[in-house]
Write a protein that binds this ligand. Structure first.
Ligand SMILES: C[S@@+](CC[C@H](N)C(=O)[O-])C[C@H]1O[C@@H](n2cnc3c(N)ncnc32)[C@H](O)[C@@H]1O
Length: 251
């Protein structure tokens, strides 16, 4: 990154890393510069762009070309009860559960930046992978995962469910919100699944968007079965257009 006249300019490598977590190849990014789709500036013979140009590119070019957009959906947390100590899986990003339940929440996420970004500072935030929870058995009254599992490869879901089951107390509950992701046709050029949400927490409305690699299909049946397979009982399941909600209990 370089600074010119107090403006930060990112080169193609920085952009791939910082804005796309290397989900875009370097050659592809350079091509976006060459074709003018990303408005760039040559500095020392290399393409650079400032944050404004990158944001415009993401909104007007990248998301349109490469993402399957599932549209805007409302998730209302107003009538949701979450008791006692809450373990929030993947609680970085918007950290919705942290914003909802403050001090009750222990948010874990392997990505330090995502935890730092999460707005609530009332709870505890710990850098940790859900596949290997560093808590004793029977620790938590409640666990949550709010649009986190859509970011995690399917091969890892079972281990994460087993870990959540292990650290919950007997009769503890796990509440999961996530998106229904359709199968991706092999010829489809779009490889990001994107969903916009309007999250209601009492009088507060949070607008956010979640985008993950579109490399898996998932739905409420898949997560119901996964829960039952690791020993959970299903207390409630609710499916909306593209989102779903499941509440499990450790028997
Ligand atoms: C963008 S957030 C999703 C929404 C977030 N729960 C919220 O309330 O805004 C997804 C998070 O899952 C995290 N994540 C990915 N793999 C994980 C894992 N193995 N264990 C725990 N969190 C993980 C990512 O780092 C990311 O911060």
């Amino acid at each position: 990154m370089r600074e010119v006249d107090n403006v930060k300019y990112y080169d193609a490598v920085d952009i791939c890393e910082t804005f796309f977590h290397n989900k875009i190849r370097l050659e592809e990014m350079i091509d976006y510069f060459d074709t003018g789709k990303l408005k760039g500036k040559m500095i020392y013979n290399e393409w650079h762009a400032d944050k404004k140009a990158i944001d415009e590119f993401i909104e007007n070019v990248f998301l349109k070309e490469k993402s399957y957009n599932a549209g805007l959906h409302r998730v209302d947390l107003s009538n949701i009860t979450l008791n006692g100590k809450i373990l929030d899986i993947g609680g970085g990003g918007q950290g919705i559960i942290g914003q909802f339940k403050g001090e009750q929440v222990i948010a874990i996420d392997p990505n330090k930046n995502e935890l730092e970004e999460a707005p609530s500072s009332d709870g505890l935030k710990i850098i940790m992978d859900a596949k290997d929870l560093q808590f004793l058995d029977n620790t938590f009254d409640t666990a949550t995962a709010f649009f986190t599992l859509m970011y995690i490869p399917k091969e890892e879901h079972k281990t994460i469910f087993q870990e959540i089951h292990r650290v919950l107390k007997k009769n503890g509950e796990f509440t999961l919100w996530d998106a229904t992701i359709p199968n991706r046709n092999i010829d489809d050029e779009r490889y990001i699944f994107f969903i916009n949400l309007e999250v209601i927490i009492e009088d507060n409305k949070i607008e956010t968007g979640y985008g993950a690699l579109w490399n898996k299909e998932q739905n409420i049946e898949y997560f119901s079965n996964l829960g039952k397979n690791v020993g959970f009982e299903i207390l409630e399941s609710k499916e909306e257009e593209v989102t779903f909600y499941l509440r499990y209990k450790k028997k």
